[in-house]
Design a protein around this ligand. Structure first.
Ligand SMILES: Cc1cc2nc3c(=O)[nH]c(=O)nc-3n(C[C@H](O)[C@H](O)[C@H](O)COP(=O)(O)O)c2cc1C
Length: 235
């Protein structure tokens, strides 16, 4: 499995806000999706370790602020990399308190929506809140929004372990290296496909893994199909 394929799924970046009594908090989420049009239901995935999860569970309401493409790194740092358990994330940002009972972040915000939770699904590490949009406002109709791809590839931003889309870069590299190292042999004639050498007769350059050879690739010696090849455990 090439875990980098996961990065080709598109997401936005949002601040999710909630309150319980007089404590307000929020976190950065890239997993906010509309799941039905009528009624207007959305899903968000929230780590059980996030302090905000506790506030949403007790109040059953939350807000989502859609961030601008040029959102300040400090906004993402404030909400996305520290837990608000012991400090006030709202001390230095613009926001207002919606009468639904959730704070709405206005800092670098293109649009906001507030929600009532209708269903909570326990996913083990995360809670999936299915929630109905109750009120919304477009603040900057023409401003571009921040996408997760832009955040990762241009801003070189990272996501912490609590993010559902977190991928351990070391694991990705290890998986790719391991994949490239595997040689495969032909059960019919014993030909060995060595990724370090490639198969020049068929135009396969060195460095291409066996897994990424075309499905119709055949043994250059005897014509046995790719699917019959066997991984050589020690190459
Ligand atoms: C780009 C980015 C995307 C993130 N996406 C999510 C997410 O979808 N769900 C989640 O639970 N945490 C996500 N996080 C992690 C939380 O924002 C982070 O753990 C935060 O500090 C939790 O704050 P809290 O404990 O005050 O609620 C993301 C962080 C970043 C930087």
């Amino acid at each position: 499995m090439n875990l980098e394929a996961f990065f080709k799924i598109s997401y936005g970046i949002y601040v999710v806000g909630a309150r319980e009594d007089d404590k307000m908090n929020g976190f950065i989420s890239n997993t906010v999706f509309q799941v039905t049009s009528e009624p207007p239901l959305f899903a968000i995935s929230c780590s059980k370790d996030n302090y905000t999860a506790q506030l949403i569970q007790s109040s059953n309401v939350f807000s989502v602020s859609v961030l601008r493409k040029d959102a300040a790194a400090t906004v993402i740092g404030n909400f996305g990399f520290r837990s608000g358990k012991d400090f006030d994330k709202f001390a230095k940002v613009k926001y207002f308190e919606h009468n639904i009972g959730a704070p709405v972040v206005l800092e670098d915000t293109v649009a906001w929506i507030v929600f009532n939770v209708e269903k909570t699904i326990d996913l083990g590490s995360h809670l999936l809140f299915i929630a109905r949009a109750i009120d919304s406002e477009l603040i900057e109709p023409t401003a571009e929004v921040l996408t997760y791809t832009y955040y990762r590839e241009v801003k070189k931003g990272k996501a912490p372990k609590n993010a559902p889309t977190f991928l351990d870069e070391e694991k990705i590299k290890a998986a790719l290296t391991e994949e490239k190292l595997h040689a495969y042999y032909c059960p019919t004639c014993g030909y060995i496909f060595d990724p370090k050498k490639g198969d020049l007769a068929s135009g396969i350059p060195s460095g291409k893994s066996f897994e990424n050879l075309p499905a119709d690739w055949i043994c250059p010696v005897c014509g046995t199909g790719k699917e019959d090849f066997i991984m050589k455990m020690h190459s």
